[in-house]
Each structure stands twice: as structure tokens, then as C-alpha cells.
Ligand binder design. Structure first.
Ligand SMILES: CC(=O)SCCNC(=O)CCNC(=O)[C@H](O)C(C)(C)COP(=O)(O)OP(=O)(O)OC[C@H]1O[C@@H](n2cnc3c(N)ncnc32)[C@H](O)[C@@H]1OP(=O)(O)O
Ligand SMILES: O=C([O-])CC(=O)C(=O)O
Length: 466
């Protein structure tokens, strides 16, 4: 204990820690800040990785097939990602904890029941469940860092409202690189062993500034451009809800807490997470790395699918009416497939069962909006689509993913501008990408540079082999 406190004291005097809002209490019971706890964990983790590599480093992980090179690298073990691991049948576990466990273990807001996203960020980074006090400290720290530079406001304000919110989002996040602590420290010749501290500071700034960026885009594109101020006494989701104009609706605020928590991380191979890690491996700072993540998240087979689900549902309603029969829904689904399109919100590159993030959102809907007509349609589709996808015979997973449900919940509370939905997904995904960027810099992860082959090279390699 004494050693730990001495360690904390030494660490906290480092200039690296100067920008965190550490509050020193006169009592000995003061709890560690996130950065202090990380500083304690990093040396142990470095030793753990050394030991794993010494013991298992030369062991094969299984064969690589040519199909995997052509097939989007499905199932290829290729990345280290500590925040979460995805099981095809069970779904995501954040640092070993299922969504249900996170819901019951992570601190909720006073009077609320959904987990605070501040808590999952702590969990993703440390593998530990934070106390309510540590989570409250993170809320205060993020609120204190939330302001965005004037030139970033101008960039957003100059975007035509016809520019997709995700393009605006990625531009604004990229521009935050102007004030990157990591980029500056690198130019100043900082030592490799200190990279993680600057990456931590940038990551905290990144997450903290996202509500102001998202809120500004939303108000510019869909409202009157006026934005309320961040309240330093409110948690992250309550502030984001206020910036979007829904702060007085407690049910919406609770939804946002759940929404951000469950969208944070989905192991490392998904497009947004892997992109962030890849770009970060060039020592691009967290703003550049996460800007790149957002461009991947903006694709319709990935994060944009939540927008696509709502568009598809609305189009269905306009064609077959609001209380359509099962038969009418079935023929609409078939017409989508026969038109060479995908059914948005269904299927997954890894999952082979219903996404537990879908289930968590369904449980929220059953509790808060059981009679919502669009929620009922989502339930009706759940009964219809999987058997059609199975009959069509292509999709390896006929079950719904997270995007099949999220838009319906947001629509219920009046956030019905579906082009904005992926921005909220992006706010959340920053947590998972940032957590891994910090660890990658702490553990000295190298530049990513896998080997590629041309089709001609593959033909030559296997020419005389059976
Ligand atoms: C947060 C997220 O990113 S969750 C995913 C969000 N995306 C969507 O919901 C879009 C709809 N779903 C899909 O397009 C796919 O299921 C993906 C992109 C998620 C996964 O892709 P894959 O791993 O390639 O899936 P899979 O191996 O099952 O694909 C095999 C075939 O089934 C098709 N298929 C898969 N899912 C669907 C679907 N929902 N509707 C129609 N066809 C589908 C694929 O397009 C592919 O067709 P092809 O052989 O003509 O190229
Ligand atoms: O895991 C994936 O490939 C896609 C996904 O669900 C996510 O990134 O949340």
C-alpha cells in the first residue's frame, strides 16, 4: 500500500500527468485516477506480454488458407486487442464481462439504472470495475476538456447541410490533430517509453470533445445551429443528450448511456477498430487514427447500417403500409434480396447468433416503449427475416446485429434523422479505439505491415503443389 502510494506520488509528479484533472485529497482515502491506475498496470502488462512471447512466440496459430486472403481475412488470427473479445455464439465480452454483467457491475447515474459509459472506458482500459467516485471524476474531467477550438467550429459551420454528418464528423475529428499532445511531443523528441501518456491525454481530449462536435453537426444540419453549454456537473451522456436537445428526457438520457456503453468495442478486427489501430501504428496521433476509423464506420456494411435499417423500414412502410401482414413483409424482404441488395441489420462477419447488443436494446424497448409501432415492426421482422436468409442460402448468419435495433429506439424519442445515427455510433466507438491506442503505445506495438500477394504470385507458389 505504501509502495503503491509512493508510486502514485512519483507518477503524479511527472509532467505527463500534469494535464489530467487529478484532485489531491488531504485524506489518505483518495482513489486513484484512471491515469494513475494505468501507470501502475503498464509495467506488469509489459512483463506479461514478454512472458507470453517467450513461451508461445514461435507457436503456430493454425493454417492460413488462400481463401482467407481473398475472403476479407475472415477468422485469420492477426491482431492483439485487449478491450474485448467476440465469441461467435455468445457475442461480445468487454474485458471478459458480458453485456448483462456490465449492466449490473458498472456504476449507474444517481436515480438511473443503465451503466455510465465512463465506467466502460475505465473497464476497457484497466480490466477493472471503477467505483462511483472514479466514474464521477471521469465525468468531470471530460466536461472540463469538452470545448472545441474555434477553427474546428468554423470547419463544421462551413459544411453544407447536404454533406453527410459522418463526413463532417471525420473532418472535425481529424482537425483536432492541430492540438495533439502526442504529435507535439513526438516533434519534441519524446522517448518511446513516454508515448502512452501523451496518447492518453489525446484520447481523453478526443472522447471529451466528441459531444460538442456531434451536437454542433446535429444542430447545424437539423436545427437552428444554436448549442447549449456543457454542464460540468453532468455525466457524459446527459451532456450529449442536452447538446442534441433531448437533455430533459430522462428516458432518452438513459438510452444514450446504454447505447454508448454497448457500442464502444467489438474486438479488434471490425473495420473501424482495425483502421484506428492500423493508422495509429504509424504513430499518427489519436485524432488522425480515429478520424480514419470514422471513415470506415461510415460504410453501409458497417456502422452506417443503422441508418440503412431505418431507411429500409420506412421504404417498406411506404410500399406495404404500416400494419402490413407477415406475407407482405416476406415479399418485401424477398424483393430486397432479389434486387441484389442486403437486408440491413442482419448477418455478421463473426457472430452466428442474435447479437446480444440487439437483445439489450430489445430489453430496453420492452421496458420503455413496448407499444411503439416501429418497435413492433422490428419484432415482426425478427420472426420473418432469418428463415428467408436461410432459405436464400447465402448469409452465414441469418440473425440480427446491433444495427437492426438502435435506430428504432432513437426514433421513438424524436431523434428521427437517421443520417445522424452513425455519428452516435462513432462517439461510442471512440472509447474502444482510444483504449487500444493507449495500450498499443504503452506496449510498444510496432508498425502494422502484413504481407500481400498478387493472384499471379499465388498461382506461381502453388503451381506444382497438390
Ligand atoms: C456494427 C456492424 O458493423 S454490424 C454489421 C452491419 N451491416 C449490416 O447489417 C449489413 C447487412 N449485412 C451484411 O452485409 C453482411 O452480413 C456483413 C457485411 C455484416 C457480413 O458480411 P460477410 O462476413 O461477408 O457475411 P457472409 O459470409 O454471411 O456473406 C455471404 C453472402 O451472404 C450475403 N449476406 C450476408 N448478410 C446478408 C444480408 N443481411 N442480406 C443479404 N445478403 C447477405 C453476403 O452479401 C454474401 O453474398 P455474396 O456471396 O454474394 O458476396
Ligand atoms: O464486429 C464487426 O465486424 C462489426 C460490429 O458488429 C462492430 O464493429 O460493432
Amino acid at each position: 500500500m505504501v509502495a503503491a502510494l509512493r508510486n502514485v506520488f512519483n507518477v503524479s509528479r511527472s509532467p505527463l500527468l500534469a494535464r489530467t484533472s487529478i484532485r489531491f485529497s488531504s485524506t489518505a482515502s483518495r482513489q486513484l485516477t484512471l491515469k494513475e491506475r494505468l501507470a501502475e498496470l503498464i509495467p506488469t502488462e509489459i512483463e506479461k506480454v514478454k512472458a507470453i512471447r517467450a513461451e508461445h512466440g514461435k507457436k503456430a496459430f493454425g493454417p492460413v488458407t488462400v481463401d482467407q486472403l481473398y475472403g476479407g481475412m475472415r477468422g485469420l488470427p492477426a491482431l492483439i486487442w485487449d478491450g474485448s473479445v467476440l465469441d461467435p455464439d455468445e457475442g461480445i465480452r468487454f474485458r471478459g464481462k458480458s453485456i448483462d454483467e456490465c449492466k449490473s457491475l458498472l456504476p449507474a447515474a444517481p436515480g438511473g439504472s443503465e451503466p455510465l459509459p465512463e465506467g466502460i472506458f475505465w473497464l476497457l482500459l484497466t480490466g477493472e470495475i471503477p467505483s462511483a467516485e472514479q466514474v464521477a471524476e471521469l465525468s468531470r474531467d471530460w466536461a472540463a476538456r469538452a470545448e472545441i477550438p474555434d477553427f474546428v467550429k468554423e470547419i463544421i459551420d462551413r459544411c453544407p447541410p447536404t454533406l453527410h454528418p459522418m463526413s463532417q464528423f471525420s473532418m472535425a475529428v481529424t482537425a483536432l490533430n492541430h492540438d495533439s499532445a502526442f504529435a507535439k511531443a513526438y516533434q519534441d523528441g519524446v522517448s518511446k517509453k513516454d508515448y502512452w501518456g501523451y496518447t492518453f491525454e489525446d484520447s481523453m481530449d478526443l472522447i471529451a470533445k466528441l459531444p460538442n462536435i456531434a451536437g454542433r453537426i446535429y444542430r447545424n444540419v437539423f436545427g437552428d445551429g444554436k448549442l447549449p453549454a456543457i454542464d460540468s456537473n453532468k455525466d457524459y451522456s446527459a451532456n450529449l443528450a442536452t447538446l442534441l436537445g433531448f437533455g430533459d428526457n430522462q428516458a432518452f438520457v438513459e438510452l444514450l448511456r446504454l447505447y454508448i456503453t454497448i457500442h464502444t468495442d467489438h474486438e479488434g478486427g471490425n473495420v473501424s477498430a482495425h483502421t484506428g489501430k492500423l493508422v495509429g501504428s504509424a504513430l499518427s496521433d489519436p485524432f488522425l487514427a480515429f478520424g480514419a476509423s470514422l471513415n470506415g464506420l461510415a460504410g453501409p456494411l458497417h456502422g452506417l447500417a443503422n441508418q440503412e435499417v431505418l431507411l429500409w423500414l420506412r421504404k417498406m412502410q411506404s410500399q406495404i403500409g404500416e400494419n402490413a401482414t407477415d406475407d407482405a413483409v416476406k415479399s418485401y424482404v424477398w424483393s430486397t434480396l432479389k434486387g441484389g441488395q442486403v437486408v440491413p441489420g442482419y448477418g455478421h462477419a463473426v457472430l452466428r447468433k442474435t447479437d446480444p447488443r440487439y437483445t439489450a436494446q430489445r430489453e430496453f424497448a420492452l421496458k420503455n416503449l413496448p407499444d411503439d409501432p416501429l418497435f413492433k415492426l422490428v419484432g415482426q421482422i425478427y420472426e420473418i427475416v432469418p428463415s428467408i436468409l436461410l432459405e436464400a442460402g447465402k448469409a452465414k448468419n441469418p440473425w440480427p446485429n446491433v444495427d437492426a435495433h438502435s435506430g428504432v429506439l432513437l426514433t421513438h424519442y424524436g431523434l428521427d434523422q437517421m443520417q445522424f445515427y452513425t455519428v452516435l455510433f462513432g462517439v461510442s466507438r471512440a472509447f474502444g479505439v482510444a483504449a487500444q491506442l493507449i495500450w498499443d503505445r504503452a506496449l510498444g506495438a510496432p508498425l502494422e505491415r502484413p504481407k500481400s500477394y498478387s493472384s499471379e504470385a499465388i498461382q506461381k507458389i502453388f503451381k506444382d503443389k497438390p
